[in-house]
Design a protein around this ligand. Structure first.
Ligand code: BG6
Length: 482
C-alpha cells in the first residue's frame, strides 16, 4: 500500500532550470517523486533560463543530470522517458520581454502553479513583476525562493519588500533545506508526540545542548560566493538557527504553519547577544594533499571563516542558564550532523564505588545514519557486581523502517511537494529570516570592523583548538565527530 500523499495537478516553472541546483537536486528529486507516483499525469515541469534550448534539448540535459545525480533510480529508463515527456522549456529574459509570451501560453491558469526562483536574488524582483505584467501569476500561485535570503538585515528586508509588492506572504515559500530533512521533522515528533521528553526539556534537567554540522567538503568551485559569506552567513544564520529553534521552541498550539513559525520566531528574538569571547572562527589550512581555504577561494588575504563555534543563551524561563553550543565547518574530519541534548548529572549516587559521571544524552543524528539514540545507564551484565555502564538505546531509522527506508524522500523532494500541497510549515517566514539577521548582523559587523583573523585548523580535524577551549572553560566537552 502506498503511503504517498497524492497531490493535485500542477505546473512547476523552474527559473534557473539549467542551473546547478536544478540539475543536481530539483529535477532528480522530482523524478523520484514521479516514480513514487506523486506526480499526476497532466502535471508539467517547465524549465526557464537564458540558454537558447528547445524542449528536446532540455529533456536531454535533464536526462544527463538524472543519470549523473539521480542514484539508482536513474537506471529505470522507461520511467525516465515518461517523466521527460512532462518537461518543457522556455528561453527567457528575466530583465526583458523575451520568452514571457511563450511562458504565458504554457502555464495553465486552472491548475496549481508554482514558480521556483532558482536564480540570483537580484532577479527576484524582475521575475515577480513580469509574472504579473504578463498575466501569468494568479493569487493562487506560489513562489519558491532559495537561500541566501539576503546577506544582512537590510538586504533581507529589501528582498521581502520586493516580493511583497507582488505576492502575499501565504504565497512565498523560503526554502531552508535543513527543514526538509527527515530527522529534523522527527525532532518535533519526538518532543511533542511523547510523554517522556517534554517534562525534562528545560533548565531543571538539561545541562546543555550541542548542535554540530560538520562537513568534509571544502569550498572549491564556489569560492566567489563563499568568501563573501563565510560559515556564519552560509550555515548559522539559516540551518543551525532553524535547528536551534526546533529544539528550543515552546509547543505550538497546533501543528500548523503559522503556529509553528510564531514559536520559532520567539526563540530567535530571545537569543541573547554574544560577546566575542564565546565565538571561535576558524579557517582550514593546507593539508598534505589539499589546498588551504585561501588557495581554494583564490584570495590570499581572506579573513572569512570556514568554521565557527559559539555559545548562545536563550533568555526565557525554560532555558535560562542552559548553554547552546553550535559549531559548523568545512574540511572537517567527518560528514556528521548531530543535535545532542545532554541532561544533568544525578545529584547523588547510591552505588558504591561508582565515581563515573553518568549522564543521559539524547542524540539526534541528522546525517549520515539518520536516527536517534538515548544514552542510558545500566548495570554491566555479568557477575562483576553492581557496576554501571552507559549504553545507547539506538533507533537508526534505516533499521526501524526496513525496506521502506528507501522511500524516505530527500529534503528537496519533500519541500517541493509541500509547496504543491500549499503547506508552509517547513518554510521560513519573512519575519523569521529578518530576526535571524538582526541577531547575526552585529556579530559579523564586529569582526569585519576589526579585521578579526580566523584561527587556522588542520583539514580533517575537529576545528581549531580554541573551539575545544570554548567548552573546556565551562567544564564540558564536545561530542566526538564520527
Ligand atoms: C548549503 C550551504 O545551504 O548547505 C553549503 O550553502 C553546505 O555550504 C550545504 O555545504 C550543506 O547541506 P547538506 O544537506 O549537505 O548538509
Amino acid at each position: 500500500v502506498s503511503r504517498v500523499i497524492p497531490v493535485e495537478t500542477f505546473d512547476l516553472v523552474i527559473f534557473g532550470g539549467t542551473g546547478d541546483l536544478a540539475r543536481r537536486k530539483i529535477l532528480p528529486g522530482l523524478f523520484r517523486r514521479f516514480l513514487a507516483g506523486q506526480m499526476p499525469e497532466s502535471s508539467r515541469i517547465i524549465g526557464a533560463a537564458r540558454s537558447e534550448l528547445d524542449a528536446d534539448g532540455y529533456r536531454k540535459m535533464i536526462a544527463d543530470a538524472v543519470a549523473e545525480f539521480g542514484g539508482e533510480e536513474s537506471s529505470n529508463t522507461k520511467a525516465l522517458q515518461t517523466f521527460l515527456e512532462r518537461l518543457d522549456y522556455v528561453a527567457i529574459d528575466a530583465k526583458g520581454d523575451g520568452g514571457w509570451a511563450d511562458l504565458a501560453k504554457l502555464v495553465r491558469p486552472d491548475v496549481i502553479q508554482a514558480f521556483y526562483f532558482s536564480v540570483a536574488p537580484s532577479l527576484f524582483g524582475d521575475l515577480a513583476e513580469r509574472l504579473h505584467t504578463n498575466g501569468i501569476a494568479t493569487e493562487h500561485s506560489r513562489i519558491v525562493v532559495e537561500k541566501p535570503f539576503g546577506r544582512d538585515l537590510a538586504s533581507a528586508h529589501a528582498l521581502n519588500a520586493t516580493l511583497a509588492e507582488h505576492f502575499d506572504e501565504k504565497q512565498i515559500y523560503r526554502i531552508d533545506h535543513y527543514l526538509g530533512k527527515e530527522t529534523v521533522q522527527n525532532l518535533m515528533a519526538i518532543r511533542f508526540g511523547n510523554v517522556l521528553f517534554e517534562p525534562l526539556w528545560n533548565n531543571h534537567y538539561v545541562d546543555h545542548i550541542q548542535i554540530t554540522v560538520s562537513e568534509t567538503v571544502g569550498v572549491t568551485g564556489r569560492g566567489a560566493y563563499y568568501d563573501r559569506s563565510g560559515a556564519m552567513r552560509d550555515m548559522v544564520q539559516n540551518h543551525l538557527m532553524q535547528l536551534l529553534c526546533l529544539i528550543a521552541m515552546e509547543p505550538p498550539g497546533e501543528f500548523e504553519a503559522d503556529a509553528v513559525r510564531d514559536e520559532k520566531l520567539k526563540v530567535i528574538r530571545a537569543l541573547q547577544p554574544i560577546d566575542n569571547h564565546h565565538i571561535v572562527r576558524g579557517q582550514y589550512d593546507a593539508g598534505p594533499d589539499s589546498q588551504s581555504y585561501r588557495e581554494d577561494v583564490e584570495n590570499p588575504r581572506s579573513f572569512t571563516e570556514s568554521f565557527i563555534a559559539m555559545r548562545c543563551h536563550i533568555a526565557n524561563w525554560r532555558w535560562a542558564g542552559v548553554p547552546f553550543y553550535l559549531r559548523t565547518g568545512k574540511k572537517m574530519k567527518a560528514r556528521s550532523s548531530e543535535i545532542a541534548v545532554v541532561f544533568k548529572d544525578l545529584g547523588h549516587t547510591i552505588f558504591e564505588g561508582d565515581e563515573a559521571r553518568h549522564r543521559n544524552i539524547l542524540s539526534i543524528r541528522l546525517q549520515p545514519n539518520e536516527g536517534i539514540d538515548l544514552q542510558v545507564t545500566i548495570k554491566e551484565p555479568g557477575p562483576g557486581g553492581m557496576r554501571l555502564i552507559d549504553v545507547p538505546l539506538d533507533m537508526t531509522f534505516a533499521d526501524a523502517l526496513g525496506d521502506d527506508a528507501e522511500e524516505v524522500p530527500d529534503a528537496y523532494e519533500r519541500l517541493i511537494m509541500d509547496v504543491i500541497r500549499g503547506n508552509q510549515t517547513l518554510f521560513m517566514r519573512g519575519d523569521e529570516v529578518e530576526a535571524a539577521w538582526r541577531w547575526t548582523d552585529p556579530l559579523i559587523e564586529g569582526w569585519e570592523a576589526r579585521n578579526d583573523v580566523p584561527k587556522l585548523y588542520e583539514p580533517g580535524s575537529a576545528g581549531p583548538e580554541d573551539a575545544m577551549m570554548l567548552l573546556h572553560r565551562d567544564g564540558r566537552k564536545w561530542r566526538d565527530i564520527k
